[in-house]
Design a protein around this ligand. Sequence first.
Ligand code: NAI
Length: 371
Amino acid sequence: MLHALDTRRLRLPAEETTLSLTDITALAASLGAYDGHERVWLGRDESRDLTAIVAVHSTVLGPALGGTRIWPHESFEAALTDALRLSRGMTDKAAIAGLPLGGGKAVIVADPRRQKTPELFEAYAEMLTALAGQYYTAEDVGMTLADADFLGQRAPNVAGTTRGGSGDPSHYTARGVFLGLKEALRRRHGATGVEGLTVAVQGLGSVGWALATALHGEGAKLVVADLDRGRVENAADQFGAAVAGPDRIHATDADIYAPCALGGILSTATIPEIRAKIVAGAANNQLATAEDAERLAARGVLHAPDFVINAGGLINVAAEVAPGGYDRAAVVEKVERIPATLAAIFDRSEAEGRAPDAVARAIAAERVTRG
Ligand code: NAI
């Protein structure tokens, strides 16, 4: 049976199901990362090995849209905190990008290399179907285009699929990050060329690899790190990249540090060791705490806020659910506007003497408040 505390907002599967769906908003509210979420759901299905959290931070500007992360978190609290922080960030990301969407995110607690089964995805599709109207999902870490296609055949609220037209969002994410990185260069050095500069790329997944390819194509020298040895070896072969340990890449003697793996990597532990003068990458929630933005600024490091420059994937996915359907030219045009958005944030940051991240969050909050 499907258990739900608020059946008014749920479309229940007609057939019998082993999925149990619970409103855990009150539980989430006890965590520091809660930050006024509208609703948080837990989906459990023991027989199909599903533990999933869907966090809906805000639907003020539109239905919440945010990908599903599949990751073997060490505890339920860690998974819930991750979902809440990611979901919160999506509200800001959509608002800054000027999209009629709210913020949400999902986490499936599983090892994407071993535990992704059709049964697990079928159970998750039932959960998504029940949340149609308040939450749209798409890819995040651990979820592929093929996974999104599988879910999209079973639930109405899946974007980033082949059928919807937008496909893999990571190419657009990487493009926006590349343009944002160059805008940060312009601000710092007055020119956008990456030729001869050293960029430390942390994480060579969908986005990190595409970013590394673009940087190499324009003559940047690369230092790379990934937990996956094969990806590191490929980068050394294809780009002549130097290799750093995953726990030391932030301290590389580089011009730019591009975090493209997981979040929380800009912290009191790493910031004193960062030698690059620019941090610009795709990873969501790079700052361990809001104060770390000011710590970076105090060290003279220019940080391009992640949710501003990694919005390309969201812009692409959002086009799939927009009235009129997917329009690739409109997506490209919006992604190419990311540097202008970042430049305006840098201007206000300089004028107000606040870190760019704080300014970007303030702008997003102003937009959400205006509704
Ligand atoms: P992915 O799963 O394709 O790649 C992540 C890569 O990081 C993997 O190769 C993994 O082995 C590596 N990694 C994990 N922990 C690491 C560590 N400690 N050190 C070095 N490497 C490590 O993920 P994807 O899609 O490339 O996303 C990367 C980041 O960008 C994530 O934080 C994601 O949330 C964010 N992002 C992705 C978007 C997209 O369109 N795919 C959109 C916006 C943000």
